[in-house]
Write a protein that binds this ligand. Structure first.
Ligand code: PLP
Length: 693
């Protein structure tokens, strides 16, 4: 069934039709702001559809079955948080997983290929595998095997631990499902893959390097097993995006044409050419356009056909991963954070290219295998965190520029050049030239700081100069508010940041743990407040995390007027006393959790699973605690138990030496220490932290 409302800002329209009213729903309006303005501002319709949208209450909400969701299926993320809070289980940051979204993505991929195969009259079938490196979480892998049972969905591994994990979960999978063994291999890896075949799994060893063949031949002889082998081709096709470096002639992975032919000869020599059944390639993650898919698949399909003609028992054509995600919602190949095709179009392109090559070379159509990771798991998880404070914006309200000016001009012993600058500033202010005043105030601030460092002026003068700059900046922002922004920026040649109007919101999160790609490769994820979206976000903010690291911030966002161009600030609401402010990061289900590091010893976050209940509403089906302080200390080889013992004896010494008033104070300190070892590594908003005893 088609959804009642689309996620792209037509919410209000659909409500009107349902309500039979003609105006805007008053509930969706606060001071002239409507929910659909937020939808447009944060581009939710672009990156969120069909799973995420802003509901009439002004909260981020989820359609867990995508386009197949009904009105009753919709889940309000704030309601999830409220439910957790009622149960006393809310601890932020928190990952909310929606397994139903995962299922919908898997079904979508499967259906897209099956339909393309049907439309084209293609004579092979489709079989997907999930590359576990993308999200090796136990429940994600388990769910994929469960959801893909009917369609023989398999797994891809690239290391020994991944292979052992994949083998274990495939015990519950379909016997036809593929177990693709990629990555660099030693004898032990090859043994594991051969054992998987002995256990009745369809394990295929994909040779990444020529030398691996000798290991495979030796181990197969040793275990008296006939292996099934694939080769990873190195294509000349590469894409220009960040993730394109893995492909192309100089790419890190794969075998050249010469190396593939050499492997074929070696296999022929030992009478095992029939073991070679699969060709694998991987153009790179986040392939930006279909033309690159076409080029890569066509090139690989010809290699496949040649191998078949040489006499290998070719059967599987493995197109690797690379299905892209539209992170910024711009649906364009021009933006590195977007792609301009759908899953359906991707599948169509792949099937067409394989079909054409096979028809041309008169080779039997292979089973098409796809290793999409990002495309499968990005959507199903939402990271929720809170902003707990905001840095003060320079504010000229308490002092007027005029008062500060007077103090400065009357100041005895101001160096001559600073006096000249001050007088110039006073003149600009007098004639109301804010533009000139701002430039002057900025220079004055810089020069006062320099003079201060040389010991020429007092701290008091320096503070006045800072304050003057702040006052003039706020005068300027008043001007900016009055005029439309583009005309002013043109007139003054100013960027918003020049007037210091961007506030820093402090977030209860470690970017290194939860959004590592934002720091490492400048990737942009959509971040949106998950409530108050029926209110105008009057602030411009960047986000700064808990770590003591200058890189622990996010200053590029999906928001603003221009689609496909990152914004240097995020529109945000004013923080209100006694009311938490929740933000959500979306589309981060791939790679972020596993790439995250423990910088400053912030650990893994809590995770909950949320699924719909029949007849509407939802339930929290799983609640997994994040790492405690003890856990992260342990991971760095510390022994929390002996740490506590050491601290305990130090408490006893201190008690004897009289540093505690009495024994109950010492006991209190001990309790607090104990408690901290078992607590969450992030900020707790429980101010009464010694309650409970
Ligand atoms: C990483 C990887 C994938 C997954 O790529 P996505 O872009 O996440 O789809 C698939 N195959 C191989 C060999 C990989 O290295």
């Amino acid at each position: 069934m088609a959804p009642l409302t689309s996620a792209d800002g037509h919410e209000a329209l659909a409500c009107d039709i349902v309500n039979g009213s003609s105006g805007v729903n008053p509930e969706t309006q606060k001071q002239g702001w409507a929910v659909d303005k937020s939808t447009t501002l944060y581009h939710v319709g672009g990156w969120g559809a069909p799973y995420f949208f802003i509901n009439r209450a002004g909260n981020m909400a989820v359609r867990p079955h995508g386009f197949n969701s009904t009105f009753a299926d919709e889940i309000d993320i704030m309601e999830v948080l409220e439910k957790l809070q009622e149960a006393g289980e809310i601890g932020l940051p928190l990952i909310i997983r929606f397994p139903e979204i995962l299922k919908d993505r898997l079904d979508d991929l499967q259906t897209a290929f099956q339909s393309a195969i049907f439309r084209k009259g293609y004579r092979g079938k489709f079989q997907g595998v999930f590359p576990v490196k993308c999200n090796p979480d136990r429940y994600v892998v388990e769910d994929i095997i469960r959801f893909g049972g009917d369609v023989a969905f398999g797994l891809e591994a690239g290391s020994k631990p991944e292979l052992l994990m994949a083998m274990t979960y495939m015990c519950k999978g379909s016997a036809d499902a593929l177990l693709i063994c990629n990555g660099y291999k030693d004898a032990e890896y090859v043994q594991l893959a051969l054992i998987a075949r002995q256990l009745g799994m369809n394990a295929i060893i994909v040779l990444e390097q020529e030398e691996e063949l000798q290991i495979v031949l030796k181990m197969s002889q040793y275990l008296r097993m006939q292996p099934v082998i694939g080769v990873r081709g190195k294509l000349s096709t590469k894409h220009s995006g960040h993730w394109g470096e893995t492909s192309g002639d100089k790419g890190k992975f794969g075998l050249s044409a010469t190396e593939i032919l050499s492997i074929v000869r070696s296999l022929k020599n030992v009478g095992m050419l029939n073991a070679l059944r699969l060709l694998h390639f991987h153009i790179g993650s986040q392939i930006p356009s279909l033309s690159i898919v076409d080029e890569g698949v066509t090139e690989a399909a010809h290699i496949y056909c040649e191998l078949s003609k040489i006499g290998a028992s070719m059967r599987y054509f493995d197109i690797g991963g690379g299905l892209g995600i539209d992170y910024d919602g711009s649906n364009s190949s021009a933006s590195a954070m977007s792609v301009c095709y759908t899953v359906e179009e991707y599948a169509e392109q792949v099937v067409r290219a394989v079909d054409n090559a096979c028809a041309l070379k008169k080779v039997k159509s292979p089973t098409i295998c796809c290793e999409s990771g990002r495309g499968l798991v990005s959507h199903h998880s939402v990271l929720v965190f809170d902003a707990f404070s905001v840095s003060k914006l320079p504010c000229g309200k308490e002092h007027s520029a005029g008062e500060d000016m007077k103090v400065l001009l009357q100041y005895q012993g101001l160096p001559h050049d600073l006096m000249v600058l001050s007088e110039e500033l006073a003149r600009f202010l007098k004639i109301g030239n804010v533009e000139g005043a701002l430039a002057c105030a900025k220079q004055l601030k810089v020069e006062c700081t320099d003079s201060f460092k040389l010991g020429l002026i007092s701290l008091e003068v320096r503070a006045i100069a800072d304050q003057l700059y702040a006052s003039v900046s706020s005068l300027m922002s008043e001007e900016l508010k009055k005029a439309s922004l583009p005309s002013l920026t043109k007139k003054f040649g100013l960027g918003i940041s020049d007037v210091d109007q961007i506030a820093t919101y402090h977030i209860n999160l470690s970017i290194f743990k939860s959004v590592p790609d934002s720091w490492a490769i400048g990737q942009i994820f959509p971040i949106v407040p998950i409530h108050r979206l029926d209110e105008e976000p009057v602030m411009r903010g960047i986000l700064s995390d808990l770590t003591c690291d200058s890189d622990g911030k996010i200053s590029s966002f999906v928001a603003g007027d221009v689609l496909g161009k990152p914004s240097s600030f995020l529109p945000l609401h004013k923080l209100e006393a006694d009311r938490p402010y929740f933000l959500g990061m979306f589309l981060g289900g791939a790679y972020q959790e596993v790439l995250g590091s423990m910088h400053n010893l912030f650990g893994a976050t809590h995770v909950v699973h949320v699924v719909g209940k029949s007849g509407g509403s939802f339930q929290i089906s799983r609640h997994l605690s994040g790492q405690s302080v003890s856990n992260v200390l342990y991971a760095m080889q510390h022994d929390p138990l002996s740490m506590l013992t050491d601290l305990h004896s130090r408490i006893l010494d201190s008690l004897q030496e009289g540093r505690f008033g009495d024994i109950s104070e010492a006991m209190l300190a001990l309790h607090m220490l104990q408690r901290s070892f078992s607590s969450y590594t992030y900020l707790s908003h429980d101010h009464d932290c010694h309650s409970g005893f």
